[in-house]
Each structure stands twice: as structure tokens, then as C-alpha cells.
Design a protein. Structure first.
Length: 155
């Protein structure tokens, strides 16, 4: 039986449609900002804590629009199942300041994201659904480009 990990993450989008993806310390894959929900913590409270710790963002719970709850394989923990509470956050002029826990933070047009090595939750659920909601079509994943990007990220 797979062990469950409960997380809260943000689909962060700018007014121009770009989305923020982060590569956490030592990870080859890009994903949404956020992280584990502590015992007894509400998902929005956990997300607010992680956004502040990881990116220096102060986001109130009122600005977090529920996007969905998804299950996916954990990118960094074999045999673990992620239960992810996902919230949409629209940024306007806020600056982000990635911390030591983030190796890289990138703004990318959503149609360019599949060329990056993406975590399963990001690739199979979050960005795919967001794209379908925006454009009514599937977002095509490009595994050959993602593999090249992942090897560069590890080096």
C-alpha cells in the first residue's frame, strides 16, 4: 500500500497568462510552489506558509481560489501517493524572491511548459486541466525535450 502525503500547492498565474514553476532543492523536475500540510493545518494556511517561506510571497486565503484536489505519484518519494489541494492564485505586480529551498523559479507561457521536465502532478493534472479550461484542447507533453532539460538541471 502506498503511503499518502498531503500537500497544498499553487497554480500561480500572471495577468499575461504565464505560470510560475519552481525546481526545489536537488530536484530535476519543475512543479508548483507549495508543500506538505502539517498535522491539523488547513490547506490554505499550509500554502500561505510555504509561499512565504519559498518565494517571499504574502498571499491571503481570500486570494486562493480552489482549483481541485488531485492524486498523483510523488516526484521525490517512491511508493508515495500525493493528495494535492491545488489553489489558483493570480498575481499582479508582486515580486517573488526564491529562497534557499528553491533552486530555480521560472515564469513560462503555459504552452511552453511541456518542454520542461515536469513533476507528474504538474504534467498530468494541474497544467493539463488549466490548459483545457482555457483553450478546450489537450496540452501536448514533449518527453524528449523534457529529458534534455532534466539532464541540464542535474548538472
Amino acid at each position: 500500500m502506498q503511503r499518502e502525503i498531503r500537500i497544498a500547492v499553487a497554480l500561480i498565474v500572471r495577468e499575461n497568462g504565464d505560470t510560475l514553476l519552481v525546481r526545489k532543492r536537488g530536484m530535476p523536475m519543475y512543479m508548483q510552489a507549495g508543500g506538505n500540510i502539517a498535522g491539523g493545518e488547513a490547506p490554505k494556511a499550509a500554502l500561505a506558509r510555504h509561499l512565504h517561506d519559498e518565494l517571499g510571497l504574502l498571499v491571503s486565503a481570500a486570494r486562493m481560489t480552489p482549483f481541485g484536489c488531485f492524486e498523483a505519484e510523488a516526484a521525490d518519494a517512491p511508493d508515495h501517493l500525493l493528495i494535492a489541494y491545488v489553489f489558483l492564485i493570480k498575481l499582479h505586480n508582486e515580486d517573488i524572491a526564491p529562497t534557499g529551498g528553491i533552486d530555480e523559479a521560472v515564469w513560462t507561457p503555459i504552452d511552453k511548459a511541456p518542454a520542461l521536465p515536469l513533476a507528474p502532478l504538474t504534467r498530468n493534472h494541474i497544467l493539463t486541466l488549466f490548459w483545457q479550461m482555457q483553450f478546450g484542447a489537450d496540452l501536448s507533453y514533449q518527453p524528449e525535450k523534457a529529458a534534455v532539460q532534466a539532464s541540464h538541471a542535474r548538472n
